[in-house]
Design a protein around this ligand. Structure first.
Ligand code: HEM
Length: 469
């Protein structure tokens, strides 16, 4: 059976999906994602959206997403082939490469992150001391935690990839963070806009093309990382592993002269930038959601602090070993990932061959979006899907694993940074709540309003970090 999306074309839903889109491409992406989620309720767990020549299939619900990503793991292992992204990444790196290049880079990334993982905890603990110190400087007055949190999280990727960190107020660092955020935001736009180019070349030529910005930011990021790589090459000490770039340079040496190897500097540059791109905004956004929820639900924050008092105390540095004795805090963090829904549509995949999903024929090359949103808010799974409720992850006072909880996606391209992200979330969160109580500024009402791109971020907000002693 060939799946036809024609029924959608006639609905007012699709009109609202495209409404306003010609004038502002952002609207299509930002509003579109939410509309897709709403469409699931009406059209079921698999439907396609067609807009001019742009067609993509959206799968929803735990079973259907699992069927695609786990049971048909090989078939949906690729990313869509997007000319605009090709111009940027040139098919290299981790996140948008395919085939042999991707397999080799991913295997190396997983093995290297694992070998460096022994130091993750130390690095996060060290960074959490800087974070606590800089937040303490706010002296309980209202401030926007965005730039300090993003700085701390990005410093972890800096330490892992090139072995050093930045001061939060360093202008070069802030520029780097800005370029990272802009590039990540532009990615989803790229996934969609290249097809719009094919469909509406005349209209597209008239548009200012916000995605063009990402070329500029990408240039800046490349320039920065190239400088770091050059410095590493000068100092490369063959006997010491050290950081990701050093490990990679040694791999290049190892495969020198092997024409089938893709370990070269282009791939090193792109893989490093991919770790920055994927590792900063996602984790930092989750931590910002966590602080916002704590300020909004003081009784939950108080219970977390009671657990911290009982297990870690007020002075000892928290460690990952504490986690198993802290089921309530672990449940709160899982609930933050569920409600925060940081990567709502996953990252697009592409069918590497013809296949069938729920009886529908999907030809080779079909772009697939996996609605992680539909899983996080599935009313058949979660007792109170729309309410922040840590009890979702608790049973008789113990942490309860939930099968239908996939914030890091699943299958061949599932997030390789999960362990690092979980370490950061736990240690930063516990270190902050050990020292501060987060509150809304006087007279201000906290809002869960968000902006959507590849990630789902809370709109800028202010909090007070009131010292606990
Ligand atoms: C709360 C934090 C994070 C969340 C929610 C998250 C979520 C995700 C999701 C949903 C995907 C898409 C997987 C797919 O295609 O099915 C992904 C991919 C990826 N993530 Fe994460 N991530 C987080 C943190 C990190 C960190 C810290 C790193 C870096 C160490 C990282 C590195 C990557 C990479 C490289 C990919 C692309 C993998 C590939 O294409 O093979 N992520 N992540």
């Amino acid at each position: 059976q060939r799946f036809s999306p024609s029924h959608l074309k006639e609905t007012s839903d699709i009109l609202s999906f495209v409404e306003g889109s010609f004038g502002n491409l952002h609207l299509l992406v930002l509003r579109g994602q939410w509309t897709l989620f709403q469409l699931t309720g009406r059209y079921g767990n698999i439907f396609s959206v067609q807009f001019g020549n742009l067609t993509f299939v959206v799968v929803s619900g735990y079973q259907m997403v699992r069927e695609a990503l786990v049971h048909q793991a090989e078939i949906f292992a690729d990313r869509p082939n997007i000319p605009l992204l090709q111009e940027i990444f040139r098919g290299f790196g981790l996140i948008s490469s395919n085939g042999h290049i991707w397999r080799q880079q991913r295997k190396f990334a997983l093995a290297t992150l694992k070998s460096l993982a022994v130091n993750f905890e130390d690095k996060v603990q060290e960074e959490s001391r800087y974070l606590v110190e800089t937040i303490g400087e706010e002296k309980g007055q209202p401030f926007d935690p965005h730039y300090k949190i993003n700085g701390a999280v990005s410093n972890i990727i800096c330490s892992i990839t090139f072995g050093s960190r930045f001061e939060y107020h360093d202008n070069r660092f802030q520029e780097l963070l800005h370029s990272l955020a802009e590039t990540l935001n532009g990615l989803l736009l790229c996934f969609i806009s290249h097809q719009l180019y094919n469909s509406f070349p005349l209209i597209m030529r008239w548009l200012p093309g916000p995605f063009r910005k990402i070329f500029r930011h990408w240039e800046k990021l490349q320039y920065f990382v190239k400088g770091v790589i050059a410095k590493h090459k000068e100092d490369l000490d063959q006997s010491e592993a050290g950081d990701y770039i050093n490990c990679y340079l040694k791999e290049i040496e190892k495969y020198k002269g092997d024409t089938s190897s893709y370990f070269h500097e282009e791939n090193l540059l792109c893989s490093t930038l991919d770790l920055f791109l994927t590792g900063t905004e996602t984790t930092a956004t989750a931590i910002r959601w966590a602080l916002l929820y704590m300020a909004a639900y003081p009784h939950i924050q108080e219970k977390v602090q009671q657990e911290i008092n009982a297990v870690v105390g007020q002075w000892r540095q928290p460690s990952m070993a504490d986690k198993e004795n802290m089921p309530y805090t672990s449940a709160v963090l899982s609930e933050v990932l569920r409600m925060g829904n940081v990567v709502p549509l996953g990252v697009p995949r592409m069918a590497t061959s013809d296949t069938t999903l729920a009886g529908f024929h999907l030809p080779k090359g079909t772009t697939l979006m996996t609605s992680l949103t539909s899983i996080m808010f599935d009313k058949n799974v979660w007792e109170t899907p729309d309410t922040f409720n840590p009890e979702h992850f608790l049973e008789n006072g113990q942490y309860r694993r939930r099968e239908a909880f996939l914030p890091f996606s699943a299958g061949k391209r599932a997030c390789p940074g999960e362990q690092l992200a979980r370490t950061e979330l736990f240690i930063f969160f516990v270190a902050l709540l050990q020292k501060f109580t987060f509150q809304a500024p006087a007279e201000a009402e906290l809002s869960f309003a968000f902006t959507l791109s590849l990630t789902r971020c809370p709109k800028p907000f202010q909090l007070r970090a009131v010292p606990r002693t």
